[in-house]
Each structure stands twice: as structure tokens, then as C-alpha cells.
Design a protein around this ligand. Structure first.
Ligand code: PLP
Length: 438
């Protein structure tokens, strides 16, 4: 076979038969990926791309980690599938490793197929545990594409999908585009908490089951919370008997240079949702880590929820191997160090060279460049210019994660300093050469 032909065949079959997420079907990226290794992927013809998206910010351990691939193969030979009601060793081993990384007082995991159904089931647990109904979440959030998760989501994707009830939205902190006229992180934190407190009072505290928050909102812009905010949310929840669900689907399992993003803050959630980095998406998986208090609610009472593939053996084997490899190879520590020593300083330097970068924020391998038409007014860079930047980055051999007016710099946790230097050169070149006006 001519390998160029395979790329063409893949593109043609895709255009003819594959229906894609979140897009008008006449548009297609046309980007073919046939194989990968670490922070790099290739098409059939061997064209190489540096993956600075980690796909959907999920391939934390890098592509094709050999021990994870081997574990999936071994499990496939032993037992590829089994009902969730059975006892399976791989499932227990996976759950044990997950709770070992959670705070004290979390001993049980409910496994799902991904992040959306993790949030779906966390919301259900909070409602049944409290006997209350409402769920509060932020406008700047993404929680997944199912019933409650998409309506808890704050961004535009909620609006055509508002069929679930009991959801209320509020504004979280975001100093660069403050909703609260704040000038300092301290002001932003205090005023965002005051706003949330007013929303809780106005909604009727006794009707609120949960506050659902991404510890660090990801797709919404990698919005690192200001000092005291998460602790303040915890205090408000405690005052009113509200459960705090922290969505760690994107931020968890190494992305921030910590096992959980909330390990960096004074906050203890009641429920933790995860997916993505727990096994880098090698097999679809997610879940809810349940506090002992909430787990006890279902000791004698039936939990009215389940999934055919809850605790699927291939997913479980991949979780065990991923977490073991991340620990053995110091991958989480590496993510922290590469952020401090390499990515952070390089992005700050890039911002000195390019007026279009209005703000650099993030940590670990979780960074955003906020692109603006004007640094003073902070007007977001126009969509046409963002599209040109995206095309040029791909042409330059880099897979970017572009959202609204931002470039999210989100490589796998295993990215090297050389990879970072190579990527920075591509960003630099593209920001110098692309027309940024409309
Ligand atoms: N929560 C967060 C914070 C996410 O970033 C995502 C996906 O991007 C989800 C939930 C949904 O996860 P999934 O797409 O696996 O359902």
C-alpha cells in the first residue's frame, strides 16, 4: 500500500461515514493520526506532530506507554469483559490505587465510562445523601455531555441542551476578566465568595444538594483559583449542609504536577470525580471517589445507578498499570518540575516577545495563553485570527489545544525540556508570522 493513500482513504471514510462531536458536519479537521509515542504522533505517511494538546487534555502519561499497553494485552488474554456485579481482582486493585492517592476518609470508588457519567453519578449521590435537589456550578465550566452534566456545564454547550432540572449557575473567580471589578487576587477571592454566598441565600440553602466545581476550570481557561477561594467555598458548604463535588476530570492525575489539583489547596471535597488522566484514556474510564459519610448512606439503602461497563477489566488493568508507572517513573513530580523550570519561564519569555499574549497562567503541564487584540482593553483576539493560528501551528508540526481566544499549552506529563523548546519555537514562529488582525 502507498502510505499517502492510507491517509487519503482515512479522510474519505471519515468524511462519508463518521459523525463528529460539537461540529457542523460539513467541516472536518482532516488531520489523520495513525500512531503515537510519548509526546508525538504520526499519520500513515510518517508526518510527525508534537502533541501539545494531550488530545483532549487526557493523555497524561504520553502515547503508547509500553507497560500500560502490555497490561491491557495481558488482561485481554485473561478476561476482556465481566459484569459489574461480579468481584474482579483488577477492579479492586484499581480502586485501591485510586483511594491511596485521595485524602483520608475516602475508601470507595464507583467506576464509570468517562467524566460526564462520573459527574452524573456524583450529583445523584449528593441528591440522595442530602435529600435536596439543586446543584450550583459556574458559568465558566465544562462537566460533560450527559443529562445533568451538560446542564451543570456553564459554557455555550449547555444552552441547546437544557433538559435537566435543578441547576443554578454562578460566577467563579477569574481576575483577568473579573466579574467583580476586583484588582487583586485577594479582592477577587473575597468578592467571588460574597457572590456565591448571596446566590446560596437567594436559592434557599436547604434546597441545595451540591456545589459542583472544577478545582481548576480547564476548558474554560485554566482558571487557577485565587488564595482562599476553595477554602471559602468549603466553609459556605459546611455552613449550609451542602456537598462539595470537585471535578478533577481534567485537572487530576498529574496535570497540575500533583495527584489531585486540590492537593494544592486547603479544601476537602465530599465527592471527587475523575476520568482522563487516571489511565490516559487508553480504555474509556472514569469514576467517583466517595467520602465515607456519603458511602455510608448506601450501606443499607440501594444506590439507584449502574452501567454495563462499570469497572470494565480492560479499563481497570490500564488504571493499575498507569498509576504504577506514574509512581515508579516519578511522572507527577516531573510534570511539576517541567512546569516550574521549563514551560512557565518559556511562556513568560514568549509573552515578552508578543504583545498578543495578554496573560500567561497555569502550573505543571496545564497552561493557558490568553490572546488579546489589545493588552489595555484585553479585547479577546478575533476568531478568524485564532483559526489562522491553529492552522499554522498544525502546519508547523504541533497539535495545539485552542479554545476561544486561548492557546492551552497542555502536553503530556512526560514531555521533555527539548520537546518544550521545540514547541516554543513553533508558537514563536507562528505568532510572528500569522496576520493577527481581522
Ligand atoms: N469534566 C471536565 C472538567 C472535563 O474537562 C471533561 C471533558 O473534557 C468532562 C468532565 C467530561 O468528560 P468525558 O468527556 O470523559 O465525559
Amino acid at each position: 500500500e502507498n502510505l499517502e493513500d492510507l491517509d487519503d482513504i482515512a479522510r474519505r471514510l471519515d468524511r462519508e461515514h463518521v459523525f463528529h462531536s460539537w461540529s457542523a458536519q460539513a467541516q472536518s479537521s482532516g488531520l489523520v493520526v495513525a500512531s503515537g509515542r510519548g509526546a508525538r504522533v504520526w499519520d500513515h505517511a510518517g508526518r510527525e506532530y508534537l502533541d501539545f494538546s494531550s488530545q483532549l487534555v487526557n493523555v497524561n502519561i504520553g502515547h503508547q506507554h509500553p507497560s500500560v499497553v502490555a497490561a491491557i494485552r495481558e488482561q485481554a488474554e485473561l478476561l476482556t469483559t465481566i459484569a459489574p456485579s461480579t468481584v474482579n481482582l483488577a477492579r479492586g486493585e484499581a480502586a485501591k490505587r485510586i483511594v491511596a492517592r485521595a485524602p483520608a476518609g475516602f475508601r470507595k470508588v464507583f467506576f464509570t465510562n468517562g467524566g460526564a457519567d462520573a459527574n452524573e453519578n456524583a450529583v445523584r449521590m449528593a441528591r440522595l445523601h442530602t435529600g435536596r435537589d439543586k446543584v450550583l456550578s459556574t458559568y465558566r465550566s465544562y462537566h460533560g455531555n450527559t443529562g445533568a452534566a451538560i446542564v451543570a456545564t456553564g459554557d455555550w454547550r449547555r444552552v441547546p441542551n437544557e433538559f435537566a432540572r435543578g441547576h443554578v449557575h454562578f460566577f467563579g473567580p477569574y481576575l483577568y476578566r473579573s466579574e467583580f471589578w476586583a484588582a487583586t487576587p485577594e479582592e477577587e477571592s473575597e468578592r467571588a465568595l460574597r457572590h456565591l454566598s448571596r446566590v446560596i441565600e437567594s436559592e434557599g440553602p436547604a434546597s441545595i444538594a451540591a456545589v459542583l466545581l472544577e478545582t481548576i476550570p480547564g476548558t474554560a481557561g485554566i482558571l487557577v483559583p485565587p488564595p482562599g477561594y476553595l477554602a471559602g467555598v468549603r466553609a459556605l458548604c459546611d455552613r449550609h449542609g451542602i456537598m462539595l463535588i470537585l471535578d478533577e476530570v481534567m485537572a487530576g492525575f498529574g496535570r497540575t504536577g500533583r495527584w489531585f489539583a486540590f492537593d494544592g489547596y486547603e479544601v476537602r471535597p465530599d465527592l471527587i470525580t475523575f476520568a482522563k488522566g487516571v489511565n490516559s484514556g487508553y480504555v474509556p474510564a472514569g469514576g467517583v471517589i466517595i467520602s465515607d459519610e456519603i458511602a455510608a448512606t448506601f450501606d443499607e439503602r440501594v444506590f439507584p445507578g449502574g452501567l454495563t461497563y462499570s469497572g470494565h477489566p480492560l479499563a481497570m488493568a490500564s488504571i493499575v498499570a498507569t498509576l504504577d508507572a506514574m509512581s515508579a517513573e516519578g511522572i507527577v513530580e516531573h510534570a511539576r518540575e517541567i512546569g516550574v523550570e521549563s514551560i512557565g519561564p518559556a511562556l513568560e519569555e514568549l509573552a515578552e516577545r508578543h504583545q498578543v499574549i495578554g496573560e500567561v497562567r497555569g502550573e505543571g503541564v496545564f497552561w493557558a495563553l490568553e490572546l488579546v487584540a489589545d493588552r489595555k482593553t484585553r479585547e479577546p483576539l478575533a476568531a478568524v485570527a485564532m483559526a489562522r493560528i491553529k492552522t499554522a501551528l498544525v502546519a508547523g508540526g504541533l497539535l495545539p489545544f485552542i479554545q476561544d481566544n486561548r492557546i492551552h499549552v497542555v502536553p503530556p506529563c512526560v514531555v521533555t525540556a527539548d520537546d518544550v523548546a521545540e514547541a516554543i519555537a513553533v508558537y514563536d514562529d507562528v505568532l510572528s508570522s500569522v496576520a493577527l488582525g481581522d
